[in-house]
Design a protein around this ligand. Sequence first.
Ligand SMILES: Nc1nc2c(ncn2[C@@H]2O[C@H](COP(=O)(O)OP(=O)(O)OP(=O)(O)O)[C@@H](O)[C@H]2O)c(=O)[nH]1
Ligand SMILES: [Mg+2]
Length: 330
Amino acid sequence: MAVNLTPQYHEAEEQYKKAIGAADKLEWLQKMWVLLPKHKASEKLQADLKTRLSDLREEAERPKGGAKKTSPGKIPRQGAGQIVLVGAPNGGKSQLLAALTSAKPDIAPYPFTTRMPQAGMMTFENIRLQLIDTPPITADQLDPPTLSLIRQADGCALIIDLSDDDGYFAAQAAIERLEQAKTYLSHDIPEGIEDWSIQHVRTLIVATRLSDPAAQERLEIMRELAGTALPIFAIDSVSGENLEVIRRELFNLIDIIRIYPKKPGKPADRDQPITINRGGNVLDFAAAIHGDLPDQLKSARVWGPSAPHDGQTVPKDHVIQDGDTVELQV
Ligand SMILES: Nc1nc2c(ncn2[C@@H]2O[C@H](COP(=O)(O)OP(=O)(O)OP(=O)(O)O)[C@@H](O)[C@H]2O)c(=O)[nH]1
Ligand SMILES: [Mg+2]
């Protein structure tokens, strides 16, 4: 099968060849990427353009005199949990961050747009989770700040592009690169790992660009290839399809529950839940409010999903559930 390059592509290539300086060259190369037909026959050319884009982007950003790039500032943890968006170039990580939060990351139709991690806050019902967009990961590229963010995160969303036949395999390359760095994207976290340098991060797959005409077909192939290792949720960040599902699934991913504190004789505060890990009990809830509280606790009453009867007094080791209201007596 021929690649069938358009006259516009050839024109952009001519300009690219004539361009002087990395920034100019990069601009034309980005145009070539947009104009390149993406199918099986152009795979080699796609890979070649990707490599050149990555190299040129780096060259264009390098300060004169060859000084080293300054490392990005640390991203402070905020909200009830931290989820990192990871994946291959051009998969839709930044577009998803923009769709779920008010952050304004750079989004562009060519690979290697994001160069530094960027955070945004996602609202889910009455809590906020921190989402972090990251630079792409390939077989040859994984920058240290991205790796350390992934290893410390409460969860990861692996972004896979449903408009690209190669999307699943590009994501596999990212998974393998992370595994070389002893970082495993898993859904079920194995227990009792003896090697402390190995880190498993709870992950789900977000398949983007569901509006692509061949997206459903690719999604089915992906489900067969991926098996049940990681759950897959398909969305479209531009049309907004299934975005509400993703908010809930990201919340479910990180295994936290929302508990509403209540003072005796007063209504519960439904706007400001306290979050604790799923499986936590009344003592864990007390500790989340104040470190000294578990020692002072005399009794507790519970309303909601875990309460056998509303307002029932429960033991201190009573396991509470998402949506419970708890009144502590000290
Ligand atoms: N229609 C549609 N377009 C999308 C979707 N997600 C991403 N895009 C488009 O795909 C292109 C790449 O999206 P980005 O979000 O920049 O991709 P990225 O994964 O951040 O790319 P890098 O920063 O290079 O790793 C942009 O033109 C987006 O507008 C989607 O769900 N639907
Ligand atoms: Mg990006």
